[in-house]
Design a protein around this ligand. Structure first.
Ligand code: Q9C
Ligand code: ZN
Length: 341
């Protein structure tokens, strides 16, 4: 299958992630995309193509204009305010407080953030826009008749909600691509998120809708990020009731257990009879991942891809997490290889 890649991801080079009370070098770093690209090349998985530039319209189908404008101008406002470091939120509209975006940049940062793990930097906007272009270009390949395509998105997207950034995400690439399928005439789209973390942004964007089935298999949010969403009793609301499925596993989960969740998920996807499948693909389920707690092995990603391929659906993969940079290329390429077997 074809891979869509843009070197503009290099515009996001944050130096700080707040973790354990100190600023560390971010887990979500440029070498991630380069390692994956190199492996896709080495394994001759298919042509690597550059993205087309899209305007804001498909982004605004999913994100609010106020949020998009905030992201566009955040860095210049922060720098103009004379702040010495990267833009990191510190204050939130917590319980009992007003849910409104104030004028001050510290207030706006907190209003639009779901955590303090993701700093905004010079170039973040350009990289995040390019990441959406990558997803939408791959979406067009699939809509145009390709069996599948791999959007090598960086930064990732599945934690970003309509008006929230965090968890290393700014625009929800998978949700924007799913909406693009619908806007081009698809009746139903399924999103099956296999990243270690709950796809909270994707869930919340489609929570009240029955034209997008959202499924996520992830670490128990009682124990890990995103902490406040992703529990199994979240099944959708209103028209969306029954169209969200969360499958949760504990620390130490091996592929033999995880695979049962994938089977349940795939059966639900097949029952939904979607016109297209979007797979937010994170490989932070790997046993060596530094911030996660599942125990998948590299060979398991072949089986994962093979099962997804057996659905027989037009499929778009969007790159999400995975932080063992040495293994990320092998693991991602194994999913794509398994899919095409
Ligand atoms: N100490 C994705 O995989 N920060 N995002 C965790 C660890 C949140 C992960 C901090 C992890 C977000 C796309
Ligand atoms: Zn993740």
């Amino acid at each position: 299958m074809k891979t869509v890649y843009s070197p503009l991801h290099h515009r996001r080079t944050a130096t700080s992630e707040l973790d354990g009370g100190v600023l560390i070098a971010p887990h979500e770093r440029p070498s991630r995309a380069e390692t994956i690209l190199q492996r896709v090349r080495d394994q001759a998985l298919g042509e690597i193509v550059a993205p087309v530039n899209f305007d804001l319209a498909p982004i605004l189908r999913v994100h609010t204009l106020e949020y998009v404008s905030f992201l566009e101008h955040c860095w210049e406002e922060w720098a103009a305010a004379g702040k010495p470091g990267e833009a990191i939120p510190q204050f939130w509209p917590a319980r009992g407080m007003r849910q409104r975006a104030p004028k001050d940049i510290d207030g706006r940062l907190g209003y639009y953030a779901l955590g303090a793990d993701t700093s905004i930097t010079e170039g973040t906007w350009e990289a995040a826009r390019a990441s959406v272009d990558v997803a939408l270009t791959a979406q067009e390949l699939v809509a145009g008749g390709e069996r599948a395509a791999f959007a090598l998105c960086r930064p990732p997207g599945h934690h970003a909600a309509a008006d929230l950034f965090g968890g290393y995400c700014f625009f929800n690439n998978a949700a924007i691509a799913a909406q693009a399928f619908l806007d081009q005439g698809a009746k139903r789209v399924a999103i099956l998120d296999v990243d270690f973390h709950h796809g909270n942004g994707t869930q919340s964007i489609f929570y009240h809708r029955n034209d997008v089935l959202t499924i996520s298999i992830h670490g128990d949010p009682d124990l890990v990020f995103p902490h406040f969403l992703g529990f199994e009793d979240e099944i959708g609301e209103g028209d969306g009731a029954g169209y969200n499925l969360n499958i949760v596993y504990p620390p130490g989960t091996p592929f033999s257990e995880w695979q049962q969740g994938l089977e349940t998920a795939c059966e639900r996807v097949a029952d939904f009879r979607p016109d297209a499948l979007v797979v937010p693909l994170g490989v932070d389920t790997f046993e060596g991942d530094p911030i996660s707690f599942f125990r998948l092995k590299s060979e398991n990603y072949l089986a994962m891809g093979e099962r997804l391929g057996r659905l027989g659906l037009p499929t778009l993969f969007t790159m999400e997490g995975g932080y063992d940079v040495d293994a990320i290329g092998v693991n991602v390429a194994n999913v794509l290889k398994g899919f095409d077997l």
